[in-house]
Design a protein around this ligand. Structure first.
Ligand code: MRU
Length: 349
């Protein structure tokens, strides 16, 4: 068993009748069933991203770029490449605003817009712009997997034998095109026979750890123990965790890192118990424009995720992410190597 049993999270395919579609794993129905959806419009993609059918920073970056290709393929009536480019400028704003915290979404949308602008400046037809957009989404998918495999190799080198790793949320293959970031480190270490156990936080309120990470590790044959989020402290105190490895949604120039709500608390616990705390993320997650984590927009999600029934007059606070200060992070593992958080901009070359 290994990662060959995992599904491809997002692929560009031909839908019935030959229309371009993005085929995604619908993560809302896992682990009950492994279902796929073929998305054919930009609106379909935005809805999939907002409802977490497609989720995880690298995956929604690819989805954002795919949304522009779907618009060009199936919705635009532009007569030429310049007219299509004008339409895509507006579409890009709509897509990039679907979720605010993961910088990968706006990174993917900007990359697709750059492809369209470059094609438009050469005066090519709308059909050629579409071909270039679709080809670039396929390239992004291949690059993402290669980056994750490199992150895995760099991260595995930091771990010792019989390692017990704690992770939060799902920064696995399902959160990327394939292989994963934090779980990419787990898979690479597992291929080297180094992983004794992965503790997967349940990840309240949406359960990415219980629904996705535990399922994914099971498919790959990696030993996994599911824990409630509030159990992390006691298993660290019991000396059962050798490293915490998590993903990221946005890494600022000073190393402050946004990730799934609860990550900051884990970093505090790891520091207290002398456990190394690693962030694993591709360089597309680094936002060198923001100097510190206080500037990161934190997504607020619907109250029903926290409680299906909220009594009248009761407020619900549901931030989807929190920020871990750089001084609690041991190292950031990227596809270009391992960096001290404060030096993360060096990864951008
Ligand atoms: O709300 P989600 O499920 O999209 O949150 C995902 C995370 O917080 C992940 O840890 C992060 O995006 C990194 S995925 C490789």
């Amino acid at each position: 068993m290994g990662t060959e049993n995992l599904p491809r999270t997002i692929e560009m395919v031909e839908h019935d009748g030959g229309a371009l579609a993005a085929r995604i794993v619908d993560q809302r129905v896992l682990p009950r069933s492994l279902g796929y959806r073929n998305l054919t419009t930009c609106g379909d993609m935005v809805e999939a991203i907002k409802t977490l059918a497609l989720r995880g920073a690298p995956a929604i970056g690819i989805g954002g770029a795919a949304a522009l290709a779907l618009y060009a393929a199936n919705e635009s009536t532009a007569a030429d490449g310049t007219a299509l480019l004008n339409e895509l400028e507006d579409v890009a704003k709509f897509v990039a605003s679907a979720r605010p915290t993961a910088v990968n979404l706006s990174w993917g949308v900007k990359r697709a817009l750059g492809v369209a602008r470059s094609a438009g400046s050469r005066g090519v037809s709308a059909a050629d712009v579409l071909d270039e957009l679709a080809a670039d989404v396929r390239a992004m998918i291949a690059e993402d997997e290669a980056a994750n495999r490199a992150i895995g190799a760099h991260g595995a080198a930091l771990l010792g034998r019989d390692c017990r790793i704690l992770t939060h949320c799902n920064a696995g293959s399902l959160a990327t095109a394939f292989y994963g970031t934090a779980l990419g480190v787990v898979y690479a270490a597992s291929e080297q026979g180094k992983v004794a156990m992965v503790y997967a936080d349940e990840t309240r309120p949406v359960g990415q750890g219980s629904r996705l990470t535990a399922w994914e590790l099971g498919q790959a044959g990696v030993p996994c123990t599911l824990i409630c989020d509030n159990m992390a402290a006691s298993i660290m105190a019991a000396g059962k965790v050798d490293a915490v490895v998590v993903g990221a949604d946005r890494i600022c120039a000073n190393g402050d890192t946004a990730n799934k709500i609860g990550t900051y608390g884990l970093a505090v616990l790891a520091k207290h118990h002398g456990v190394p705390f690693y962030i694993a993320a591709p360089t597309s997650t680094v936002d060198a424009v923001l100097s510190a984590g206080s500037q990161i927009p934190i997504e607020q999600r619907d109250a029903t995720e926290v409680a299906s029934f909220v009594p009248d007059g009761v407020c619900v606070f549901n931030p989807a992410f929190d920020v871990t200060p750089a001084n609690l992070i041991t190292a950031i593992v990227t596809e270009r190597g391992v960096f001290e958080p404060e030096s993360i901009t060096q990864a951008l070359g």
